[in-house]
Design a binder for this molecule. Structure first.
Ligand SMILES: N[C@@H](CCC(=O)N[C@@H](CS)C(=O)NCC(=O)O)C(=O)O
Length: 197
């Protein structure tokens, strides 16, 4: 398996899920910040927009961090990092896997860029609704699906940590404790250590 990666990007989510899954992979660094960057065909096939993370696993070639988290969990850790297809928690799992790209990131960008919210017509609601929904989901439980950690926590947990780093996370014991729990996971620590290398 090969992961196209760049430090301090959304590629850390892909490292986190691969480490949770305990699979072997090689990293290929993409220097996204270099104006002289020339992408290989292999990378562009996996990531048509030229964005990291992207993954190659045999004949599978793909990008989008949520898609990669779902793929790795389903392919290598069904029943643990991803509920089985016929498990009742599968619906909630898919909801939370999508929550980062569909709700958290657009709401975050909107607020960060001071764009006027319109919680009815914008599919992500607005920043406060996004935070409230997360807080409700994590009150009295360690992980989004309850007591067991899943790939959905990789997506949402990395986003909550990111919100805190950008000083956008409101005073919330529930969300701060969740971010701390995520940061204690050795697989996430490995991803963050790579970012710092
Ligand atoms: N929705 C994508 C976003 C990926 C993305 O925006 N990656 C950024 C780094 S965090 C990137 O590769 N930017 C370089 C570029 O667009 O050329 C995902 O979640 O994987």
């Amino acid at each position: 398996m090969k992961l196209f990666w760049s430090p301090q990007t959304r590629a850390s989510r892909a490292v986190w899920i691969l480490e949770e899954a305990g699979v072997e992979y090689a990293l290929e660094r993409i220097d996204i910040r270099s104006p002289e960057r020339k992408d290989s065909m292999e990378f562009r096939n996996a990531s048509p927009m030229g964005k990291v993370p992207a993954l190659i696993d045999g004949d599978v070639s793909m990008s989008e961090s949520a898609a990669i988290a779902l793929y790795v969990a389903d392919r290598y850790c069904p029943g643990t990092l991803a509920p089985a297809l016929d498990d009742a928690s599968r619906g909630k799992f898919l909801y939370w896997i999508m929550y980062t790209p569909a709700v958290i990131e657009p709401a975050m960008s909107e607020t960060y860029n001071k764009i006027e919210a319109n919680h009815v017509s914008h599919g992500w609601g607005d920043f406060d609704l996004m935070i409230r929904t997360l807080e409700d989901a994590l009150t009295d439980r360690d992980w989004l699906l309850g007591s067991s950690f899943s790939a959905a926590d990789v997506m949402v947990g990395s986003s909550v940590v990111f919100l805190r780093r950008f000083e956008m996370l409101p005073e919330s014991e529930v969300l701060n404790n969740y971010a701390d729990r995520c940061l204690q996971r050795p697989a996430y620590q490995k991803a963050l250590a790579l970012d710092a290398s």
